[in-house]
Design a protein around this ligand. Structure first.
Ligand SMILES: [Zn+2]
Length: 130
């Protein structure tokens, strides 16, 4: 795949999208456009349009961020140990373009027990055709 220069990301994303997806920032809770979004379809990586999550695995975690209990495909997301902010967390990255997506927690619902806590700013959405 082509490597996109940091400057190009900065030109093509808005400030929040850029800070989240390319710089690992976290959007404020309840601020994004997808935390309370309930349409049926697929959530994509904003940067490379790779499918990341299905709406069927989205649930209301009460956190203010879009939360999923499973991924679209096992190889669509990379997990990296993140020790910033004096915490050890598992950071979630797009496997296709290394965009920062959010973090993985283990307080999710059945059947996985996982919570993929994702920033709206790193996502795009593709509604299923009726
Ligand atoms: Zn991507």
């Amino acid at each position: 795949m082509t490597v996109t220069a940091d400057q190009d990301w900065q030109n093509n994303l808005d400030e929040v999208q850029y800070q989240v997806a390319r710089k690992g920032a976290t959007e404020p809770p309840f601020s994004g456009k997808y935390w309370d979004h309930k349409e049926t379809g697929c959530y994509l990586c904003l940067c490379c349009q790779a499918p990341l999550f299905r709406s069927e695995t989205k649930y209301d975690s009460g956190s203010g961020w879009p939360s999923f209990y499973d991924v679209f495909a096992r190889d669509s997301i990379t997990i990296r140990r993140d020790q910033s902010h004096a915490m050890i967390r598992d950071e979630l990255l797009c496997a296709g373009c290394d965009a920062h997506l959010g973090h993985l927690f283990t307080d999710g619902p059945a059947p996985t027990g996982l919570r993929y806590c994702i920033n709206s700013a790193a996502l795009d959405f593709s509604r299923d055709q009726a």
